[in-house]
Design a protein around this ligand. Structure first.
Ligand SMILES: Nc1nc2c(ncn2[C@@H]2O[C@H](COP(=O)(O)OP(=O)(O)OP(=O)(O)O)[C@@H](O)[C@H]2O)c(=O)[nH]1
Length: 410
């Protein structure tokens, strides 16, 4: 079976494909309020589409001017797409790049249209310029990308590289006279180039939407897992992740420690400095705690000014030392916030799997009891959870002592 391809039909199909991809990107950008990149891609694609349309209908303007403007628009469009990728990655966006690409392309094509007038040079130079811009985009998409989005980046990057390759072939072929002498004339290579660009065009637009979809999903997951104020895990995801860590530690018979900590007299901070400063104090406190943690430790907000930690691999002795370091780092010097010096101390209860096993609820109860003891014994201290039998005996006396101290504080 032989397939007859006609260059004009292919070029019109390519413009229609670009138009639908542009609409798709515009609609996606419309809904992505603060999604960096999508708007650039929609804008870049629009410029590409206009450029293509102008290139097909070269007789609408004075012939030479249409070609110059069409290629300028396409170069600028690719530059804007490159900016979008950088915006999506949170990198700086030098706006001079799309402007310079468009101007340089127009200047070169003007030189090759009027003073020199060489179609071969025009096709080669424009193809080479577009190929370089595609290479810039694929470089940005393929290197230094965040692991959860890597698949979507690479998918888009490889298609962009394909586009770059197609354009390079076009540039070389036109130099070797493999391309027809007329811009819109039929040749197998013209057909192949246009088909490849069309397929890549659909894939690249899909890839951008995929990247933005991955990013939104990731943001949503992060929002559902994190406490909005401090950025620590919220209670539900802390419990889930802690239980997974405990299960793993139990299987490998490694020690693991749970710490509960609570800011001392935090009500006074709020009363004296206001709720906003209170919020800032909590964030500073979390930052200081984080400085003492390793990458696989978990930190969660259990509620109010109470936080929980999971320290895998630490026995009671080492966890006690870490807890002491955390206590000292938080209380070391008053936090300076909005011209206020806010003194803060914390109390910590430490429970290790050595004495309390690997069940989350049991460890939590043991750490909570130890924290309770730290509060009752004057606050700003670390208490290790006692062996379950001893602990129960102490509870009643501590409750009385704590109530007595609380009455004195009030
Ligand atoms: N600013 C601010 N305050 C909070 C937040 N969550 C809880 N609090 C406050 O934390 C205070 C906790 O008070 P209490 O439970 O009496 O404890 P405390 O004053 O720290 O006393 P001890 O824990 O016994 O040392 C309350 O005043 C809460 O309003 C928060 O997100 N931001």
């Amino acid at each position: 079976m032989s397939v007859e391809l006609d260059i004009t039909t292919l070029a019109i199909t390519l413009s229609l494909v670009t138009l639908s991809m542009t609409l798709l990107l515009c609609m996606a950008a419309w809904h992505a309020d603060n999604q960096q990149g999508l708007r650039h891609w929609a804008l870049g694609n629009s410029a590409l589409m206009l450029g293509l349309l102008l290139n097909i209908n070269q007789d609408y303007l004075h012939h030479g001017l249409s070609v110059i403007l069409a290629n300028g628009l396409m170069a600028g469009g690719l530059g804007i797409i490159w900016l979008g990728i950088r915006a999506f990655k949170g990198l700086s966006q030098p706006r001079a790049v799309p402007i310079a690409s468009a101007l340089l392309m127009m200047l070169l094509l003007w030189l090759l249209r009027f003073p020199i007038d060489s179609l071969v040079a025009r096709v080669s130079i424009s193809s080479l310029g577009f190929a370089l811009l595609c290479l810039l985009c694929s470089r940005e998409l393929l290197i230094k990308v965040e692991p959860p989005l890597r698949g979507a980046y690479w998918f888009t990057g490889i298609l962009t590289l394909l586009c770059c390759f197609g354009l390079m072939v076009r540039a070389i072929a036109s130099l070797n006279d493999a391309m027809p002498a007329q811009p819109m004339a039929d040749s197998p290579l013209q057909h192949l180039t246009l088909l490849a660009v069309m397929v890549a065009q659909i894939g690249i637009a899909g890839g951008f939407i995929l990247m933005s979809h991955y990013r939104s999903t990731l943001n949503l997951r992060r929002l559902s897992e994190r406490d909005a104020l401090t950025g620590t895990l919220n209670r539900r995801s802390f419990s889930q992740q802690a239980q997974a860590q405990l299960e793993h530690a139990s299987q490998t018979q490694q020690p693991i420690t749970l710490i509960m900590l609570d800011a001392d007299h935090f009500k006074r901070v709020n009363d004296q400095f206001g709720h906003q400063i209170g919020d800032a104090v909590l964030c500073h406190m979390v930052a200081r705690i984080r400085q003492q943690l390793r990458s696989d430790d978990l930190l969660g907000r259990f509620g109010g000014e109470e936080f929980t930690l999971i320290l895998p691999g630490l026995n009671t002795h080492s966890a006690g030392q870490v807890a002491e370091r955390i206590r000292r780092s938080v209380g070391l010097q008053p936090q300076e916030l909005a011209d206020h010096e806010v003194p803060l101390s914390i109390s910590l209860g430490v429970a290790c799997s050595e004495h309390h096993g690997y069940a989350f609820e049991t460890l939590l109860a043991a750490a909570d009891a130890a924290l309770y003891r730290a509060k009752a014994m004057g606050r700003n201290r670390v208490e290790l959870a006692r062996h379950p039998s001893t602990d129960q005996e102490d509870q009643m006396a501590l409750r009385l002592l704590s109530q007595f101290r609380h009455n004195l504080d009030v």
